[in-house]
Design a protein around this ligand. Structure first.
Ligand code: HPA
Length: 274
């Protein structure tokens, strides 16, 4: 995506704001409720923003919600863009570029994911310690603009170590037990087969989903700090003797809403941002 396109979208958003956002939030399936806690929000539907795609999945709203949350100026994406919707990787990750252009240096990325690790149970929250890009492509393929980041970006600590530690401490302070593990990004939209899940387990995957990886790659390219949280909405295919449905995903995220909200709000309160 051209810098001029990124700047145009960023300028459009800036013109609607009186304060500078300092923390980006990407809210996954069923997790958009967090945006409802933002005080005096400026709400901008995606379809108004130049070059922004529109989101199409149920359980995803499709708007930016910007304002004060837990003492920080946040810009929340209520709904994100998925590769399986037919968007290009550049479109999927465009909002992250725009966040960076707005001056945001830190993001919290959330998603609903299937549990591969058999010690997990539906409703668990998992801190993402690392990821596996199993999407067969990368949002960084193509000419590299050095103004946006390096040709060969380092991914050896894609998820910020200090943020992870602070998130663990936040969980402890709340008496919440949270898991941590490796997130595998698949394209979807079909859920995995049991054989695929067994394979992903041998690879070291703990949870699997259809988002997050492209956004985190772009955030790292842009040298932003990232915290990732998965809500384990279901056990991955073949673990329990039952079919997987999007309804189950939404049902579970709905059930853990209160814990998720408490946890992320506590984290927002404590994370150092620029
Ligand atoms: N697989 C892939 N993506 C998902 C799942 C799953 O089991 N649950 C929620 N998103």
């Amino acid at each position: 995506m051209e810098i001029s396109t990124i700047r145009e979208a960023s300028q459009f958003i800036k013109n609607k704001l009186t304060t500078k956002p300092e923390l980006g939030l990407v809210l996954g399936s069923g997790l958009g409720v967090l945006a409802e806690e933002i005080e005096n929000p400026v709400v901008i539907p995606y379809n108004q923003i130049p070059s922004f795609p529109e989101s199409t999945v149920s359980g995803h709203k499709g708007q930016l919600v910007i304002g004060l949350l837990e003492g920080k100026q946040v810009l929340a994406m209520q709904g994100r863009f998925h590769f399986y919707e037919g968007y290009t990787m550049q479109q999927v990750t465009f909002p992250i570029r725009v966040m960076k252009e707005l001056g945001i240096e830190s993001i919290i990325v959330t998603n609903a994911a299937g549990g591969i690790n058999e010690n997990f149970k539906p409703g668990d929250l998992m801190l993402i310690t690392d990821h596996i890009n199993n999407m067969g492509t990368s949002p960084l393929i193509g000419p590299n603009d050095e103004q946006l980041g390096a040709r060969f970006p380092d991914m050896s600590s894609a998820y910020d170590k200090e943020y992870l530690q602070l998130a663990r401490e936040a969980a402890e302070a709340l008496g919440l037990s949270v898991q941590s593990g490796v997130y595998v990004g698949n394209t979807g939209p079909a859920y995995e087969t049991p054989a695929e899940i067994r394979m992903l387990r041998t690879w070291g995957g703990d949870a699997v989903g259809m988002s997050t990886v492209p956004e985190v790659m772009i955030a790292n390219h842009a040298k932003m700090r990232v915290l990732g949280i998965s809500c384990i909405s279901n056990m991955a295919a073949g673990i329990l003797d039952q079919p997987l449905t999007h309804d189950e995903v939404i049902e579970t995220t709905d059930k853990v809403k209160q814990d998720f909200l408490r946890f992320v709000k506590k984290i927002i309160h404590t994370l150092p941002v620029k």
